[in-house]
Design a protein around this ligand. Structure first.
Ligand code: FAD
Length: 176
């Protein structure tokens, strides 16, 4: 199924929503499932209908830095989370003991339950059923994570990352 947008949960209530806007399980707009451009449309709508009806949205300034000042949307959250996941994999032990392997498995399982973009999490859980996390070594985990990310990249039409460059990107930096 296409998980780049949610499928079933909110279909009936989406008709009047701005394109790209997604509702969460509570029936309210879900910021972490929506990109900022779609999100800002409701912000503007709310401003224009507020108070005396003047369009106060024109007061937004060019110095406004969404990423630094606002709660994360789907894109910001995604970038931050991939940074965490790939960096964690890059520093995972080369030879993890049984306890470390078990902890990593449960971390990823819990993560896929609580990731705040619900349909992204659902997609991840489905992928993890087909291809469970490989936690036997640092390289195995890093490559597994790379593969998971590439599945999302492919689904979203983004560039496929060369997993041979994992250490350069997430641990060692470019060679001098
Ligand atoms: P990102 O995809 O966030 O990547 C950040 C950086 O990671 C890139 O600049 C690149 O240097 C590096 N990178 C890219 N690919 C790889 C790779 N394979 N291995 C290692 N490093 C890599 N968005 C949706 O719209 N629908 C979804 O279903 C969805 N599911 C997601 C599931 C998870 C678990 C996460 C963490 C995010 C999900 N997202 C989803 C968000 C999406 O993946 C992106 O994070 C978001 O669109 C921002 O993309 P970006 O182009 O800035 O770079």
């Amino acid at each position: 199924p296409d998980h780049s947008m949610p499928s079933d949960t909110i279909q009936d209530s989406t008709a009047s929503l701005p394109p790209g806007m997604v509702l969460g399980p509570d029936g309210k707009p879900c910021r972490t499932c929506t990109d900022w451009k779609s999100w800002s449309k409701i912000g503007k709508k709310a401003k224009t209908t507020a108070a005396d009806g003047r369009d106060s949205s024109s007061s937004s300034t060019s110095t406004f830095d969404y990423e630094a000042e606002c709660p994360p949307d789907k894109e910001v959250l995604g970038r931050a989370t991939w940074t965490f996941l790939h960096t964690m994999a890059a520093y995972y032990p080369d030879k993890p003991n049984a306890q470390e392997q078990s902890t990593m498995k449960s971390l990823l399982s819990s993560f896929s339950q609580f990731y705040p973009c619900g349909y992204c999490a659902e997609h991840l859980r489905e992928e993890m059923k087909v291809d469970p996390p490989k936690v036997e070594s640092r390289m195995e985990l890093a490559w597994w994570m790379c593969g998971m990310h590439n599945k999302v990249n492919e689904m979203l039409g983004k560039e496929i990352f060369d997993c041979n460059k994992l250490d350069e990107r997430w641990r060692d930096g470019p060679a001098d």
